[in-house]
Design a protein around this ligand. Structure first.
Ligand SMILES: O=C(O)C1=C[C@@H](OP(=O)(O)O)[C@@H](O)[C@H](O)C1
Ligand SMILES: C=C(OP(=O)(O)O)C(=O)O
Length: 410
């Protein structure tokens, strides 16, 4: 299946609906389950969140399928271990290639019995209960956890920490990627009454139980990035309003505001969200994506289409996400005249030679962000997106919203 997109040549205008943040939603669901209650408003309709809800609703199951959802796989591993559950935790073929050893090693140190069903270090996992090691009464267990593969391991450990008899001290080692996601975890934990402290490379959680609390999930800043791209690439005068985004956000992908200011989009905070308008883009730019890896695809495509030479660093984690996002970007950008060149030492350069959108077909590699990052190119010419249903992972209404905004979606 594929979807063909065409744009009318009119400026983009109006209001677009975003999904709620899947990162906030999936944390709130885990923490609420540990807190024993609380009202969550505006939970995401993303498949990743619907899935988390279904799996948490049936804790006595013997098999849990996290599909392609990284947060579900990682957060549930810790949650099921800490709640002394027994069962198999599995996922898609790609999920079985996404590493989980750092988290499993940490949980084993804390007393969980977990084994690998297939390949060491990767799902599926067999969980066989939890036995706290006998340490002296007051001793807070301390774990050294590397931060350079996925922050989701650290978030997963932090969220279960208030339920451990002595709490937990996590000492982060190496380069720490996706740090804002760790801060979001701590913020939500605190909202539900946990005592967690950020001492730089040491994160401390005291054994103080969660209490039920209510929370309204913010809209998703990563999803907003695709509307930034449409304003950047749209005809002169394009603008859009995105409700549900907050000026003081827990989401690191709010970094899109500063990045897109360099690529021709101004952000104004309005009563209930943001309004995006066009401004003149920079002639060249550089950006570190260590804190906001999910924005990399959107930005690479826009920079190439605008022919703004753009240097990107901090892309290490992109190779182990829904697909190898570096390879996928390189292959698909080349179809239009764009390039993402590896300059070595972690630096990539986006460039373009006669960038043109003229009916090309974009492959999506089971990756929602490949579909959504390339779709805005349709503002510049007709475009086909293969396997368009991939967007359901984080933004099921994406194509409907494009249609409402004036795209022909066939
Ligand atoms: O904790 C989270 O909600 C997420 C953390 C990030 O992953 P990594 O920590 O693996 O970079 C991000 O890419 C993912 O989409 C969501
Ligand atoms: C990487 C992503 O998700 P996850 O790691 O949770 O599968 C994403 O949504 O871009």
């Amino acid at each position: 299946m594929s979807t063909t997109l065409t744009w009318s040549n009119q400026p983009l205008s109006g209001t677009a609906q975003l999904p709620a943040s899947k990162s906030e939603s999936n944390r709130a669901l885990i923490i609420r389950a540990l807190a024993g209650g609380g009202q969550l408003d505006n939970l995401s309709d993303a498949n990743d969140t619907q899935l988390m809800q279904r799996l948490l609703a049936n804790p006595a199951a013997t098999e849990f399928d996290a599909e392609d959802a990284g947060t579900v796989m990682r957060f549930l591993t810790a949650y099921l271990a800490a709640t002394n559950s027994h069962g198999l935790l599995t996922g898609t073929a790609r999920m079985q290639e996404r590493p989980i050893k750092v988290l499993v090693d940490a949980l084993r140190e804390l007393g969980a019995t977990i084994s690998y069903e297939k390949q060491d270090g990767y799902p599926p996992l067999r969980l066989e209960g939890w036995q706290m090691p006998t340490t002296s009464e007051e001793e807070m267990p301390e774990l050294a956890v590397r931060g350079d593969i996925s922050s989701q391991y650290i978030s997963a450990l932090l969220m279960i920490a208030p339920t451990l008899p002595q709490g937990l001290l996590v000492r982060l080692t190496g380069k720490v990627g996706s740090r804002p996601y760790i801060r979001m975890t701590q913020a939500l934990m605190q909202h539900f009454g946990a005592d967690c402290r950020d001492l730089g490379s040491v994160l401390q959680v005291r054994p103080q139980p969660y209490h039920p609390a209510d929370y309204t999930i913010e809209s998703d800043w990563s999803a907003a990035s695709y509307w930034y791209a449409m304003v950047a690439l749209g005809p002169q005068g394009s603008e859009v309003t995105l409700p549900g985004l907050r000026e003081y956000s827990w989401q690191g992908d709010q970094a899109i505001v500063g990045i897109m200011a360099q690529l021709g989009v101004a952000t104004e905070y309005v009563a209930d969200g943001v309004r995006l308008t066009q401004i003149t883009p920079s002639t060249a730019a550089i950006q570190d994506f260590t804190d906001c890896p999910d924005l990399a695809q959107t930005v690479a495509v826009v920079a190439a289409a605008l022919d703004v030479p753009f240097d990107m660093t901090g892309l290490e984690s992109l190779r182990i996400k829904e697909t190898d996002r570096i390879a996928a970007l390189q292959t698909e950008m080349a179809k239009f005249g764009g390039a993402l060149t590896d300059l070595g030492e972690g630096r990539f350069r986006v460039s373009a030679t006669d960038f043109r959108v003229a009916g090309q077909s974009v492959a999506t590699y089971h990756d929602h962000r490949m579909a959504m990052a390339f779709a805005p190119l349709a503002m510049r010419g007709p475009l086909t997106v293969e396997a368009p249903q991939v967007v359901r992972k984080s933004y099921p209404q994406f194509w409907n919203e494009l249609q409402k905004a004036g795209f022909e979606v066939k």
